[in-house]
Write a protein that binds this ligand. Structure first.
Ligand code: PHB
Length: 362
């Protein structure tokens, strides 16, 4: 069995190790315009030794935005900003994927000119998101009740994903990752409690999974299946979305995705968000359902990652908080050099502090 420090092929990309950088919201894009900037470039370049850097969630359209100061990938200025970052990551020897994000109902009317965010259904729900407070700092606010996307809006939504994919390629990314996890739009369609539709996108599991699969096909056709990964979190409660039949939903989606020749399937496990530890039975079932590369994530440490790699249940692990605090994480894990602790106070928004000032091992 390979170690975490051996290469892996993820579709069109070969990674030198299996220690990936998980997608991480940091809310430091330049506003107005949600444009990636030089500070973000420095942050990503510092982490270029990851097998693969997966970018923070990057909204595919203004409609897909739900938090202050997150970057987008729909405007020319955003593509130009990302190009500077991907060039610099490549020059530093790295590889980087763009995470394509539509938050759906995890949003606030202040991002949408006073209009409610969109979702599968107009069901009231309880959750919070982050807007700029009067002091300029991130402030948590309640998410409003969304409006249901109209059936006639779905082609336009698919076109937004396609356009974002073309932009990601143009911006020099190696891959894209579709965000199908954590209670955002595609998960809102998949989960029965947030999806009360009575059309072809609601009701049966097959119907609820339709949007996620159509988005996958739209994104793959805009580039190539071997340039596309997808992240799911079918089990657990995230952002006010949970699926009582999450295991079944996840395995259904995995089986449907299995024949599509994608770069990877990325499973985010519930315990990073305070949920229970996932059991190996589900991991084994997922492996049975999906033969391609599986990336595991969610509160992983090196021992858990290596155990699951040894058992053949994952092919790589993505690390979030450890990568925030340790820009040279693969080297630190391989050499058992110890880790810097991360400071949650500086995760979201702000400048260099808690972002680009974590030291590499001396
Ligand atoms: C967050 O900003 O808290 C966040 C964003 C994306 C995720 C999960 C959490 O997938």
């Amino acid at each position: 069995m390979p170690t975490l420090f051996e290469p892996l092929t993820l579709g069109a990309v070969t990674t030198p190790n299996r220690v990936l950088m998980a997608p991480l919201t940091r809310m430091r894009a330049t506003v107005p315009g949600d444009v990636p900037n030089e500070l973000m470039q420095e942050y990503y370049v510092q982490r270029a030794s990851a097998g693969l850097v997966i970018s923070e969630g990057t909204q595919i359209s203004p409609e897909g935005k739900g938090y202050m100061d997150t970057p987008g990938i729909y405007s020319d200025a955003q593509v130009t900003g990302w190009r500077t970052i991907t060039d610099a990551v490549h020059a530093a020897g790295g590889r980087i994927a763009a995470q394509l994000w539509h938050v759906g109902r995890v949003s606030h009317e202040s991002f949408h000119g006073g209009a409610p965010p969109v979702s599968a259904s107009a069901a009231p729900y309880r959750n919070r998101t982050t807007v700029r407070g009067e002091d300029g700092r991130p402030t948590r606010v309640a998410c409003p009740t969304p409006r249901a996307l109209g059936l006639e809006e779905i082609p336009r939504l698919l076109e937004d994903y396609r356009r974002a994919t073309v932009n990601a390629r143009e911006a020099g990314f190696d891959l894209v990752e579709i965000h199908g996890a954590h209670g955002y739009l595609l998960h809102q369609f998949l989960a029965a409690d947030s999806n009360r539709r009575e059309d072809a996108y609601g009701g049966s599991l097959e119907n609820r999974a339709r949007l996620m699969l159509e988005v996958t096909d739209a994104v793959a056709s805009a580039w190539s299946p071997d340039r596309v990964g997808i992240r799911i979190s079918p089990i657990g409660s995230f952002n006010g979305t949970e699926d009582p039949e999450g295991a079944e939903s996840g395995l259904y989606v995995a089986r449907e995705l299995a024949g599509r020749g994608l770069a990877f399937l990325h499973l985010s496990e519930p315990d990073w968000a305070g949920g229970p530890q996932l059991d190996d039975a589900f991991r084994r079932d997922l492996r049975g359902a999906y033969r391609g590369p599986i990336v595991g994530a969610g509160n992983y440490d090196v021992d858990k990652a290596q155990r699951l790699l040894d058992a053949g249940m994952i092919d790589a692990a993505a690390f979030g908080r450890a990568f925030i605090a340790n820009p040279d994480l693969p080297r630190r894990l391989e050499g058992d050099l110890g880790l810097n602790a991360s400071d949650p106070e500086t995760f979201y928004g702000g400048g260099e502090a808690g972002y680009t000032d974590y030291p590499a091992y001396a």
